[in-house]
Design a protein around this ligand. Structure first.
Ligand code: NAP
Length: 296
């Protein structure tokens, strides 16, 4: 597809991909996908669609009927879309959430690219999960997916810390059942004091705490906790530097935000839709565009 003065030439061959969610107005996905499309010369456009509550089935069936090539799914529909898919990828099934639909014969196949996205982001940042000791803060949807990733990639030990201890314990049991070994353990947040001194952890922050507008908050404040963290990975990307990240750095660790995870979940979805392989250089171009669209 040619670009003329920033204007796309939409024609009868133009393929459409999109995002369904509610709300969708603040999404950064168009900046990612439309950058990739322009750079790779694909005849494709990416459009957000706000879907009202209770109309997910119509949205999925309608997208298929309208010949959409692929669809991203965001809050609150990542689990709700599952009954309306033709097939589901085993990883997405284990996680229980789908964020990418890929067109196949007779219906969409659902994938979860959030976790492979986080993994690719971590690899690019030089962070190793394999054989590591990892803390997860939170036991919600994102934490659950992180826990599955850690099990799959061979973490040595996982501790899940959550405000609601039952949810941390339940998630740990589920991870252990899936992994077939005593990999994970769940604790209440305040039980972080039980973590032995002198141990060094990768900590993945998967709660909502610290997200805009509550930017002054971190889920744990105690400096003693942060001294046990060699690397802190916050899944939050707004703000780009969270209080959790500041606390990690103030106590001698390295800290990262969730922007690259956001980027790579989009890139992996794009690769699934088009069969293209997006290399590091183009990923960097899309990263810069995405940050510009966010005003950072
Ligand atoms: P979720 O399912 O609603 O889970 C929220 C988690 O935060 C729960 O563990 C909850 O604890 C905890 N929490 C909420 N408020 C708290 C408070 N005041 N004090 C202590 N804990 C609190 O949400 P989610 O979908 O997992 O999303 C979590 C985060 O991940 C969000 O910030 C989201 O932006 C981020 N995320 C980023 C990406 C990316 O691409 N970078 C992708 C997905 C998600 P309880 O169980 O006790 O309620």
């Amino acid at each position: 597809m040619k670009e003329t003065g920033g204007q796309r030439n939409i024609d009868g061959y133009t393929r459409v991909c999109g995002l369904i969610g509610n709300p969708v107005e603040h999404t950064m996905s168009p900046a990612i996908h439309n950058t990739l499309t322009a750079a790779l010369g694909e005849n494709l456009v990416y459009v957000p669609f706000r879907v009202p509550e209770g109309r997910v089935r119509e949205a999925v069936e309608g997208a298929y009927a309208l010949n959409l090539l692929g669809v991203n799914v965001t809050v609150p529909y990542k689990s709700q879309v599952i009954p309306f898919l033709k097939e589901i990828d085993p990883l997405a099934e284990r996680i229980g959430a789908v964020n990418t639909l890929v067109r196949t014969e007779g219906g969409f196949r659902g994938y979860n690219t959030d976790m492979p996205g986080l993994y690719r982001a971590m690899c690019r940042d030089g962070i190793r999960i394999e054989d590591g000791q990892v803390l997860i803060l939170g036991a919600g949807g994102a934490a659950r997916a992180v826990a599955m990733l850690l099990a799959e990639k061979g973490a040595r030990r996982v501790v899940i810390l959550n405000r609601t201890a039952d949810k941390a314990e339940g998630l740990a049991e589920e991870v252990n059942r899936g992994a077939g070994r005593e990999l994970a353990r769940g604790l209440a947040l305040e039980e972080h004091e039980k973590l032995p001194r002198g141990e060094a952890y990768l900590a993945i922050q998967a709660t909502n705490v610290g997200m805009f507008p509550g930017v002054q908050d971190a889920v744990i404040e105690d400096a003693e906790f942060y001294r046990k963290i060699h690397t802190g990975y916050d899944l939050i990307f707004n703000p780009a530097r969270t209080r959790f990240m500041s606390l990690v750095e103030e106590n001698g660790g390295r800290a990262f935000n969730g922007l690259k995870m956001l980027l790579y979940q989009g890139i992996i979805a794009y690769e699934l839709w088009t069969g293209a392989r997006v290399g590091p250089e183009l990923s960097e171009v899309a990263y810069v565009r995405m940050k510009r669209a966010m005003g950072i």
